[in-house]
Design a protein. Sequence first.
Lengths: 403, 292
Amino acid sequence: MVVSFEGCTRIGLAVAIGIATLSNVTVYAQEKRAIKIGLMLPYKGVYALPTESIDRGFQLALEEFGNKANGHPVEIVRADDELTPNVGVQKFNKFVQSDKVDLVAGVVGSNVGIAISELADKNKMPMVFVNAFADEITGKFCSPYIARTSFSANAFEYASGKYWASKGIKTAVTMGPDYSAGRAFIGGFRRGFEDNGGKVIEELWTPFQKTKDYSAALTQAANSGAQIIYAFYAGAEAIQVVKQHADFGLRSKIPLIGDHWVYDEALWPALGDLALNAQHVATHYPGIQSEANEKFVKAYAARYKQTPDVSAELGYDNGKAIMLTLESLGGQMPEDRTKFISTMRDLTFDAPRGKIKFNAQNSALLEKVYVIEIVKGPDGTLQRKSLDEFPGAGDLPGCTKSF
Amino acid sequence: MQIFLIQLLNGVQLSMLVFLLAVGLTLIFGLMNILNLAHGAFFTMGAYFGLVVANKTGSFWLALLIGPLLPFVAGMLLQFFVLQPLAQRGRSTHLDLALLTFGLLFATAGAVEYIYGSAFHSIGTPDLLKGRVALLGIEFPLYRLFIIAVGIAIAAALVLVIDRTLVGATLRAGVDNREMVTALGININVLFALVFGFGSALAGFAGIVSAPIMSIYSNMGIGIVVTTFVVVVVGGLGNLKGSFYAALIVGVTDTLAQAYLPEAELFAIYAMLIAVMIFRPQGLFGAAGRVA
């Protein structure tokens, strides 16, 4: 009997295909399809420090789940939005078209956030914001494809204004950088403060990332007769304001009260003793006594050899909300991606900062705001001490869609 | 009225800082016709080197003394080995040099971020100048008065050197007639490198002087370049005394706008710049034919 050469190849081919198919099946069984998360953050420039913390917190949350959701591996693809809307748009398109991610996380700047929210809606791509605090993100620009795991500017600052008004502060001067986030934060404070009997005597605005010398604004504030200066600044600007405020001897005359960005831990080395005894409001500090927080602080310290700051916690919340959502969806991105966001909206979980719940516009609510004083610990290092706490406020209305 | 006077004082203090930056730039421009956008890089370099010295020795004064040496050397090398050869090859139009130095400005910021990270630093106010003086019903920080004094002292010293010494005479001659100076046997390349280094050192000096009230970080030099250029143009390119007066005008305008008309602060200076460019393109103090 002669077996033709042709026959041989045919059999060989069939066997080869068979094996290939078989092995494919086994590979599929072991290694489920990976979920790709596009993580967009301003890795370089003025927000480089908080960004590093966010990225670390985010990774820590994923590692807590072994980087797997129901057996599906979860991968991170990173991109730098440079805090610039058009760069963010470009990177978002790259995520969608060439990286083919399943969802996008991150984004610090509200300016980038606003630019991206419309794109996410158009591309039907779930976007889970880590910061982007501007009220419009889940207000005017709300979408069934958009969620935010932190909080809105109003939730934080309205509650803060209300708190200080209730503490016998009757008059305040506000200072802030003249751009969207500055306006949103200071505006929130003013509403909360004035709705509860306080009066903002003067609003002082300084050009964003431009003014190097705040003496003019500080002199105006010192002579306004107000009881406190309430400020929103971050990074280099925060250091300059706090230092120059002290230079003019205003610490006893008209204290500078702000939030956790004005007195950010990352600025303590530059501020030195000026941070000592400063009071500020914060959404998280390492000493919160709860199981979720103690576990988080311990894991973070073990992994990165430092205590987590506010940004690390926000990054952790972002990663954790995504992982919990993926788990409850069986580790797969549903065909209708609005289902991903609506599943997240229904989540409730214990975050280090407190319980996280979402409102109808997919914006996480702020369960607690902490009033902190920076004190010297027994070992001589600066530490945070909680003086008081109060609940966060609701979000501003503005979302006209229903989902 | 008292507050207004204090604001004026604040303005003068800001002016002196701006002057320290502008004077180096205007000398370089007046003498070598180089549009040096990398000036902010030397500001950053001086501040960081000062920071290193201050951290090592704990002394602000040593930082102030040694810090400017790095930008001095870097500026000299840049002029001698990069800008000078370019000029000889005819590649030194304003656009060429603007692009080159603009790149250098960002490269320096990137390099600093790579080496030191993006953390913020600061040099403490020296003990001697920590206090405050009661002035017009407000406590004015002593250190800010020190800045004003330093600015005036440097301005006076420069005027003396340029008007009254041989080096100054050579410089002025170099500006007016380069070929003649060379023909008289003066090595103009070395002179240029020295002046470039000196201008850069002044920028670095400004970086250290401003450190106790501001902060040191990788991008600190980028924003400051624009204000400095406004001063140089308003004062007349290459005009030393002009840049002193222009610094006063710009600093005081900026401060008063911030105090009384915050909405106008961003464009107050630029509106002035545009007016100057239209009506006196040689600068407010740019008396023709008398530069540096």
